[in-house]
Design a binder for this molecule. Structure first.
Ligand SMILES: [Zn+2]
Ligand SMILES: [Zn+2]
Length: 313
């Protein structure tokens, strides 16, 4: 009798449980919490967060619409590894990597990245004979058939394709040279520097669509932030936030003034989170002109992004 009553109780109790779970699931309450939308600065030469090592260079973790994107890898693989550990970032769960450009202060951590996640997809700029590797048809060079075989490349019979070396020959690199949507709402912007000293250097930036406009993540901005903004126009018609290096580190005050004013008044950039090679005088100028809209982005800072839901893009 007791047993029967308990069974009845359990049946009705479990029935209520199932009903409650069902209702919660329908209301969305029991669903997974929404994935974060934020950028964490993993590598930079300024910042006051304890337990991290400051060094020249840049790296950031981007969390966007459930994707985890590593942008650049810092200047020193050991320091990169130490900061990654201190910030509890798991590189095994990175969906893909964007390396902005070939400079060592953005690429040196690739060796550590590949130790942890050897097959992760890495988007890198396509350059003629760049460090990320390249290939050309075996017929790319002018031939001279009158020469004896021992003086001709490959004895006069070149392979169909010539592959050029890279320090990371086993890496899963995708070379990019044009605007590319890598996951819905996230675009790689490809630009080329026309600045003496970095002439023809190719650089990739990452543009994210959000409910408040575009979030633009830049490595060094060697082609110039205005050039990158022009190239990113197809992504969104307003710029919510620029984050990263603006390369004004040795720029004279008059030019810093022109660029910062242009970002604020012509481009109507709503918020600015400068880092890396932006430079100390430019930090000051941007803080003056952007006021409350200046976002501190030192090493270890987490910058929350606006809603990244698809309908608000
Ligand atoms: Zn650079
Ligand atoms: Zn740099």
């Amino acid at each position: 009798m007791m047993m029967a009553r308990r069974n009845t109780y359990m049946r009705s109790h479990c029935g209520i449980c199932l009903l409650v779970v069902g209702l919660l699931a329908r209301s969305g309450y029991a669903a997974q919490p929404p994935s974060p939308s934020r950028v964490t600065i993993l590598y930079d030469a300024f910042g006051d967060r304890a337990g991290l090592t400051r060094d020249w260079g840049f790296a950031a973790l981007v969390e966007y619409r459930g994707h985890r994107i590593l942008f650049d890898t810092g200047n020193n693989a050991e320091i990169f590894a130490a900061n990654i550990r201190a910030l509890h970032v798991n590189l095994r769960t990175i969906d893909f990597v964007v390396v902005s450009h070939r400079h060592g202060d953005h690429t040196a951590g690739i060796n550590y990245l590949l130790q942890v996640n050897p097959r992760v997809k890495i988007y890198a700029p396509r350059e003629g004979f760049g460090v990320f590797g390249a290939a050309l048809p075996g017929t790319f060079y002018r031939a001279d058939t009158a020469l004896p075989g021992r003086m001709r490349y490959f004895g006069g019979q070149p392979p169909g394709e010539l592959r050029f070396g890279t320090p990371w020959p086993k890496a899963n690199v995708m070379l990019v040279d044009s605007l590319t949507e890598v996951v819905p709402g996230a675009f790689i912007i490809a630009t080329v520097s026309e600045t003496p000293g970095t002439l023809e250097l190719r650089e990739l930036s990452l543009a994210l669509q959000t409910s408040e406009g575009m979030v633009l993540l830049v490595g060094c901005s060697h082609p110039g932030i205005e050039t990158i903004l022009t190239a990113s126009r197809p992504v969104a018609d307003r710029v919510h936030l620029i984050l990263g290096g603006l390369h004004l580190v040795t720029t004279p005050d008059t030019e810093i003034e022109r660029i910062t004013t242009s970002l604020h008044d012509q481009w109507h950039v709503r918020r600015i989170a400068p880092g890396h090679c932006t430079g100390e005088p430019a930090f000051a100028a941007l803080q003056r002109i952007f006021g409350e809209a200046y976002v501190y982005a030192g090493l270890g800072t987490i910058i929350e992004l606006p809603s990244t839901r698809r309908d608000g893009a």
